[in-house]
Write a protein that binds this ligand. Structure first.
Ligand SMILES: Cc1cc2nc3c(=O)[nH]c(=O)nc-3n(C[C@H](O)[C@H](O)[C@H](O)COP(=O)(O)O)c2cc1C
Ligand code: SF4
Length: 622
């Protein structure tokens, strides 16, 4: 009886959540359910599926897929520490996560028995210029240190509402450090659109193409060509999608663009809509940036009032376009454009087979332009100032400027805009970095370089950069960094294809083994073989780049790995002698014969066979 009334009550609550949500997107409804019930139970999934007319399998698989949905209850304070090398809980030298878990008497990954608090980890939350940071009930709390941990613990234990916590803890600054082509030019709302309406869609497309603008999301495809292909593609409707999933560790430039330049980003999307003939657009905002949503809605509303969105934009008959914001739920893979489109359609973010590409078969199978936030921002400037103005900066193949997010071991982390062609050395100088041993350019999926390469330049001719620039000083342990990246990819692999799903986990295991001091040359050889396989055989860009950092480290920092290796040829993943402890206790033996000397361990399937040769050589298998 009680269950029936509980179910009826929950059904009513979910109906009310659906009725009151401004956007009936599955991710938004599941987020509302998660907030209300602190988890999404099977009964809730059934209810959501029934009320939205969706198959339960779709709802259940979406709940399973995204990190910010939970099937078991989380605490009323749900704390997620970023584990990135820049904004992560270890970045200050202390293990802040363990410290808070201890103060709150909660096991990491679990919810305290009284239901008050749960603590866990999450991938980079895009606060890399703010020191160690965490999400509490989805809101970023920045610049965490030991003293703050004590105060957080006290506030949680006293169940003080977040609204009464010190407001400055939640401040997220732009940290704008260097302005060049784009940031030095003010762009009043509507100016680019007026310029475009004066010259027409074709001329604007020509300007974008002639400018040499290449996508700022990483791949660097010509934006003019992308818009042209989409414009020419047949379909019932065309769509514009702004990719604000910004999940690459070390990247936060889109956060700043959306915080302080959202008008210009929306203007760029609206230009694109006019060129390709789209009436609907989406901004896909990563779940970690949900805190930006209210402000972004205000900007959209303002643009509607100024007739920069909606029907007959700026009085141009038939120019109808509006933008909806869809908020993700914690999945790096949703930055990959076809996975993003799947997510927009209310599904798991699994990358599609390509071709066909989104320009012909995108959202709902219709022609769709997907561009990065910075690409739309830049396009709006080009439409007003022209291609010649843009081409005057940068290099032959990399016109204009690039906005980068600098973090790590430097005095001035933040946002820097440079004309393409700037050297790594110049950036290091400007951000006040000293004694630098390595820079990770373009995030873990990019390139790890050492100090012999700081004369290299940013640009598609040399080092392309999606926006992440992570600096590592001499004191940093390179092995810990690449191990952190290996964990990142194993966690973020969507699991669709075997080379990436299994390969990233095996790479992570190898890195753990080496970091723990149990690795040998055999493991390095295996890791190299596996890295090549994952790179070559994976279905999408995540897998194809997931081993870059390992291969780079083997090439450029071999000593960091070498010095952690054991002298023998092979060691198993775990300490065999320690594993025998239970047996020793049961048999009450602790004499020498009850212990394994490491030289007596045979590698095959972890079998405990004495081996006179004391191990085997790489390539001995079979
Ligand atoms: C795993 C993965 C994550 C990605 N994340 C992003 C992202 O956060 N933002 C982005 O703009 N592009 C991202 N991309 C690239 C997109 O697939 C796509 O190329 C880009 O959005 C196109 O926009 P652009 O032409 O303006 O660069 C990612 C690609 C992969 C493989
Ligand atoms: S490469 Fe990785 S992320 Fe991409 S489809 Fe395969 S499993 Fe998913």
């Amino acid at each position: 009886m009680k269950n029936a009334s509980n179910t009826t009550e929950m059904s009513g609550q979910i109906r009310s959540l659906i009725a009151h949500t401004t956007s009936p997107h599955l991710l938004h409804i599941l987020h509302a359910v998660q907030q209300q019930f602190l988890h999404i139970s099977h009964a809730a999934m059934l209810e959501v599926a029934a009320q939205l007319g969706l198959p339960i399998s779709q709802v259940a698989s979406v709940v399973e897929f995204y990190s910010f949905f939970y099937k078991t209850p989380r605490g009323r304070y749900n704390i997620l520490f970023s584990n990135c090398t820049s904004c992560g809980y270890l970045s200050g030298g202390e293990n802040l996560l363990q410290m808070l878990a201890q103060r709150l008497a909660v096991t990491v990954g679990e919810t305290r028995a009284d239901g008050v608090v749960s603590i866990g980890e999450t991938s980079c939350i895009g606060m890399c210029d703010h020191g160690a940071s965490l999400l509490i009930n989805g809101i970023p709390l920045t610049r965490v240190d030991g003293a703050k941990i004590e105060r957080i613990a006290a506030l949680v234990n006293a169940e003080t509402p977040l609204s009464a916590w010190p407001a400055e803890w939640f401040s997220v600054d732009d940290n704008m450090r260097k302005r060049s082509l784009l940031f030095t030019n003010e762009l009043p709302p509507g100016e680019s659109l007026r310029a475009m309406l004066k010259s027409g869609a074709e001329a604007t497309l020509e300007e974008i193409t002639q400018s040499g603008l290449r996508g700022r999301g990483g791949a660097g495809f010509s934006s003019g060509m992308k818009w042209k292909f989409c414009r020419e593609a047949q379909g019932d409707a065309h769509y514009v999608v702004c990719n604000a999933d910004e999940g690459e560790p070390g990247t936060f430039k889109d956060r700043v663009l959306l915080h302080s330049y959202a008008d210009t980003v929306f203007e760029g999307m609206t230009l694109c809509a006019f060129v390709i003939g789209a009436k609907r657009g989406f901004l896909y905002l990563r779940g970690e940036y949900r805190y930006l949503l209210p402000q972004l809605q205000i900007v959209l509303e303002g643009r509607r009032k100024q007739r920069l969105l909606g029907a007959d934009i700026l009085g141009q008959s038939g120019f109808n376009f509006d933008i909806e914001i869809i908020v993700g739920a914690g999945a790096y893979i949703c930055g990959e454009e076809s996975a993003l489109i799947e997510s927009l359609e209310g599904k798991r973010g699994v990358p599609r087979n390509r071709p066909p590409f989104p320009v012909t078969h995108g959202y709902l199978g219709q022609p769709t332009v997907v561009n990065n936030v910075e690409t739309f921002f830049t396009a709006a400037h080009i439409a007003l100032h022209g291609s010649t103005w843009f081409r005057a900066s940068g290099t032959e193949q990399s016109a204009g400027s690039k906005i980068i997010s600098v973090s790590g071991d430097c005095a001035k982390p933040g946002i820097y805009e440079y004309p393409f062609g700037v050297s790594i050395q110049q950036i290091l100088h400007d951000c006040g970095a000293q004694n630098v041993q390595a820079v990770q350019v373009s995030g873990p999926s990019g390139t790890l370089i050492n100090s012999t390469e700081f004369n290299r330049t940013l640009g598609f001719e040399d080092m392309s950069c999606g926006g992440s620039f992570m600096v590592y000083a001499n004191e940093r342990n390179i092995l810990n960094i690449i191990n952190n990246f290996a964990h990142f990819f194993a966690h973020e692999s969507c699991g669709f294809c075997t080379p990436c799903r299994v390969g990233t986990s095996l790479l992570k295991n190898s890195m753990d083994k080496i970091s723990n001091g149990n690795g040998t040359h055999y493991d390095v050889d295996e890791m190299q073989r596996m890295a090549a396989l994952v790179k070559r055989r994976s279905h999408c860009g995540l897998g194809q780049t997931a081993a870059n950092h390992i291969l780079d480290a083997l090439l450029r920092f071999p000593q960091a790995i070498e010095q952690r290796l054991l002298p023998g040829d092979f060691e198993p993943h775990f300490n065999l002698d320690a594993a025998l402890e239970v047996a020793r206790q049961m048999t009450r033996r602790n004499d020498a014969a009850a212990h394994f000397p490491s030289s007596a361990i045979h590698p095959s399937a972890g079998a405990f066979l004495p081996s006179p040769a004391g191990g085997r050589r790489a390539g001995d298998e079979g």
